[in-house]
Design a protein around this ligand. Sequence first.
Ligand code: NAD
Ligand code: TYD
Length: 360
Amino acid sequence: MRTYLVTGGAGFIGSNYIHYMFEKYGGDIRIINLDALTYAGNPENLKEFENAENYTFVKGDICDRELVTKIFAENDIDRVVHFAAESHVDRSIVDPGVFVQTNVLGTANMLNCARAAWEKADGSYPEGKRFLHVSTDEVYGSLPEDGGYFYETTPYAPHSPYSASKAGSDMLVRAYMDTYHFPANITNCSNNYGPYQFPEKLIPLMINNALHGKKLPVYGDGKNVRDWLYVRDHARAIDLVQEEGKLFETYNVGGHNEKQNIEIVEIIIDTLLEELPVDDPRRANVSRDLISYVEDRKGHDRRYAIAADKIREAVGWEPETCFKEGIRLTIRWYLAHGEWMEHVTSGDYQKYYESMYANR
Ligand code: NAD
Ligand code: TYD
């Protein structure tokens, strides 16, 4: 039975990954989920596994050397899948410090603890130990509107404190692979969407606001382009890279699905109107009139687009869920999980929303 240490498993992508892994491997794997439960972590995302014998939740910080060392000492960890991070660009613009702390120093601590647990006296590592660092396409910077793609060889050029801190963490993983032959992979993925995404990010924020008849704040001219991938496809890519990818390699993961932000907002409105029953009172709230252009994000990257050829050729991965289907599945999930949304948008979220959007 393989044992996984997943960090940040109570967040958006981590919890989707844990769902995917238990569906795929059932009782053949054991997962330990280390998560600090920041504003973005929600144990409700994993409530069906709470009592499972092969699932353990540890509330703790990836920067805590003693705790992470203890987890490695008490468990024979085969795989680390490292999601834990501060992940929202707008927050990084307001408060970059915690991004450096968690994303750079936290990753350094995870690498140090894994290396200390795994490395043998002769500098080699036991067969089957693998560390996967989950990163973002934002480390590559911004592409022109009229062409080009991010390849694994594209030089790093991050612009936000978030992407700079992720770039720093990627560089540390690369350095450990080069210096210590540390058994790792890096995946750089494009924007994800799907169930359990916190409503500070574009898609769930727009769904939630539209349902409440609140303005839909589109930054700048709304023509920034992102390459959207359904989160389950990302989970499958991570598993394939860990099981079949070549150690020490970086793989780009992307959706072949470039869309301007304004197109996304319009698709959300149209799909909500198709999915909401005619007698649902929220229908009356949903309208394109809610779209409101607001002050642009500082340093706003214009376009991201991933070339995912390498991962296709190496492990046969391609996205399986087209955007039309994925956004419908996502909207159905949010409509069916109003209580989840209510829980995550109470209290602190209200304060966050006020401070981020009140003067925009
Ligand atoms: P998220 O913000 O939804 O979740 C992050 C999780 O990490 C939360 O559960 C949080 O509690 C936990 N966490 C934060 N600080 C911690 C700490 N110090 N110790 C332990 N746990 C901590 O993020 P996400 O969108 O699920 O992203 C997961 C990873 O994927 C991140 O590394 C992110 O950079 C990367 N990524 C995200 C996207 C995307 O579109 N969301 C795309 C590509 C890559
Ligand atoms: P976001 O979901 O924050 O992801 P990222 O910045 O990591 O790509 O934003 C996606 C795009 O949507 C980005 O171009 C910024 C834009 N955006 C808005 O126009 N309005 C919003 O309220 C938010 C949160 C994002």
